[in-house]
Design a protein around this ligand. Structure first.
Ligand code: GLU
Length: 440
C-alpha cells in the first residue's frame, strides 16, 4: 500500500475492486473490456495492491485530435486521430498506428495496454502506446493518405520522439507511412531523426528482417508449442485467418518448416485445400488480383468453416474478436497462435480452456514485430546496422526465451499461457513502478 492509496482505498481489497467488471458477457466485443477481464484475473492471482492496480489500469495519456486535410478534389475533410500512451515505466511508449474505419478510443486504449504487456513479456525496454485514424484507406488516394499521415504526425509533435513515443506499422499502415512520419517529424526538428519511428524502409534506417518479424515470431512460437506438446512438425496442418503482412509471412515460413497450410483467408473469403496451399503461389495471386477470392488451386469455404476445420494449428492474424463465445466451441485445432492483437474475446477463453486448446496469446505470439522494432531503434541510435541473419538469430533467442518464461509461470501457477503472460508482464511493470516510486 505504498502508492498513495487513501484510507478508504486501503479498506478495499484487490478482490473488491476486481469483482466489479469481471462478467465477460458485459460487452464481449469491446477490446478494452477484453483486455481488462484478463488484467483483472492476473491482478487477482498476483494479489496486486489496489493502488498499483489503479496505476496500471489507467492510460498515462489519451490524445484525440482532428486531422483536417484537403481531398484531391479540393474539398476539406476532417478525420479523427487517436494516440494513447498507456504506460512508460519501463521505457518510451511504443506501438503501431492503424488507419481503419473500426478505430475507436476504447480500441486504441486496449491496444496501447497490450503493447505495455507485450514489451514486458519479451523484456524489451519500452512502454506501451497505440494510435489510429478513423478512415477507410481503400477510398483514399496515396496523396490523401500522405496528407493524413503528415497532419496527424504534426498534431502529435509534443508526444512523439525516440525517447518518448515511437510509432510503427499496424493495420493498413506500412513502410511508406513510416517514412512520411519520420520525414514530418524530422522537418519539425530541423534534422533527421530516424529513431522516432520503426518499420521504416531499410534504405532510410529501417532494420533488416522487420517486415517479416511478426510472422517469423509466430512461426517460432508455434514451433515451441509443437515441441512442448510433443507433436510432429512435418505434416502438421495449419489454417490462417488473415493474409496481410503477419498471416502471409507466417504461412510462408511455416511451410518452409515442413507444416502444411491447408486454409487461408482474407476479407474477400476463405480458401481450403486439404493437400496444402502453395503459399508463394497464393501470395503471387494476391499481388496480381489484390484479394484471395477466385484463387484457382483451392476450394472456397466460409469464414466459419475455416475456424472449425480439422487442423492442428489455427493462426488468427486479422483483427480483434475473431474467436468469440459463438464459434470457440467449434474449434478443433490443438494450438491457437494469436498473430493479431485481441483476436479472442474473454468469453471465448474459458471455452478454449475447457476444450484443452493450447493458446499462444497475442502479447507473446505476435511480439516478434515489436522485438525487431526494438532492434531497429537500437541500430538507429547507434548508427550501425546488423545483417538479417543477426536480426533473425536475436529474434529467435528472445521469442524462445519468452515462450519458456511464460510456460514456467503457467506451470508454476497452474494457469493457461494467457493468464501466465499477463502475470509475467504485469509483475515486471509493477516491479519498475515500485523501484521508481511515485513522483509528486
Ligand atoms: N503494430 C505492431 C504490434 O501491434 C508492432 C508495434 C511496434 O513495432 O511498435 O505489435
Amino acid at each position: 500500500m505504498s502508492h498513495g492509496t487513501t484510507a478508504d482505498d486501503q479498506a478495499r481489497t484487490a478482490q473488491d475492486i476486481l469483482g466489479r467488471d469481471k462478467d465477460p458477457h458485459l460487452d464481449e466485443d469491446n477490446p478494452f473490456e477484453a483486455m481488462m477481464a484478463r488484467f483483472d484475473h492476473a491482478a487477482e492471482l498476483l494479489e496486486l495492491e489496489p493502488g498499483m492496480y489503479r496505476v496500471l489500469r489507467h492510460p498515462e495519456k489519451q490524445i484525440i485530435t482532428a486531422v483536417p486535410i484537403q481531398r484531391d478534389n479540393g474539398e476539406l475533410e476532417v478525420f479523427t486521430g487517436y494516440r494513447v500512451i498507456h504506460n512508460t515505466a519501463r521505457g518510451p511508449g511504443k506501438g503501431g498506428m492503424r488507419f481503419d474505419l473500426r478505430v475507436t478510443l476504447d480500441e486504441v486504449k486496449a491496444l496501447a495496454a497490450w503493447m505495455t504487456w507485450k514489451c514486458a513479456v519479451v523484456n524489451i525496454p519500452f512502454g506501451g502506446a497505440k494510435g489510429g485514424v478513423v478512415c477507410d484507406p481503400t477510398t483514399l488516394s496515396v496523396r490523401e493518405l500522405e496528407r493524413i499521415t503528415r497532419r496527424f504526425t504534426a498534431a502529435l509533435m509534443d508526444t512523439l520522439g525516440p525517447e518518448s513515443d515511437i510509432p510503427a506499422p499496424d493495420v493498413n499502415t506500412n513502410e511508406r507511412v513510416m517514412a512520411w512520419i519520420m520525414d514530418t517529424y524530422s522537418m519539425h526538428q530541423r534534422h533527421p531523426v530516424t529513431a522516432v519511428v520503426t518499420g521504416k524502409p531499410v534504405e532510410m534506417g529501417g532494420s533488416a528482417g522487420r517486415r517479416e518479424a511478426t510472422g517469423r515470431g509466430c512461426m517460432i512460437a508455434i514451433k515451441e508449442a509443437i515441441r512442448h506438446l510433443g507433436l510432429p512438425l512435418r505434416g502438421t496442418k495449419v489454417a490462417v485467418q488473415g493474409f496481410g503482412n503477419v498471416g502471409s509471412i507466417a504461412a510462408q515460413l511455416l511451410e518452409k518448416e515442413g507444416l502444411t497450410i491447408v486454409a487461408v483467408s482474407d476479407v474477400s473469403g476463405s480458401i481450403y485445400n486439404p493437400h496444402g496451399i502453395y503459399v508463394d503461389d497464393a501470395i503471387k495471386w494476391v499481388r496480381e488480383n489484390r484479394y484471395l477470392g477466385g484463387y484457382p488451386n483451392a476450394e472456397a469455404i466460409t469464414a466459419e468453416q475455416l475456424f472449425s476445420l480439422d487442423v492442428d494449428v489455427l493462426l488468427p492474424a486479422a483483427v480483434e474478436n475473431a474467436i468469440t463465445r459463438k464459434n470457440a466451441g467449434n474449434i478443433k485445432a490443438k494450438i491457437i497462435c494469436e498473430g493479431a492483437n485481441g483476436p479472442t474475446t474473454a468469453g471465448a477463453d474459458r471455452i478454449l480452456e475447457e476444450h484443452g486448446v493450447f493458446v499462444i496469446p497475442d502479447i507473446l505470439a505476435n511480439a516478434g514485430g515489436v522485438t525487431v522494432s526494438y532492434f531497429e531503434w537500437v541500430q538507429d541510435r547507434m548508427g550501425y546496422f546488423w545483417g538479417e541473419e543477426t536480426v533473425n538469430e536475436r529474434l529467435n533467442t528472445i521469442m524462445q526465451q519468452s515462450f519458456q518464461a511464460v510456460l514456467s509461470v503457467a506451470q508454476e501457477h497452474s494457469v493457461n499461457m494467457r493468464v501466465a503472460s499477463y502475470m509475467l508482464a504485469m509483475e515486471r511493470v509493477a516491479a519498475v513502478h515500485r523501484l521508481r516510486g511515485l513522483y509528486a
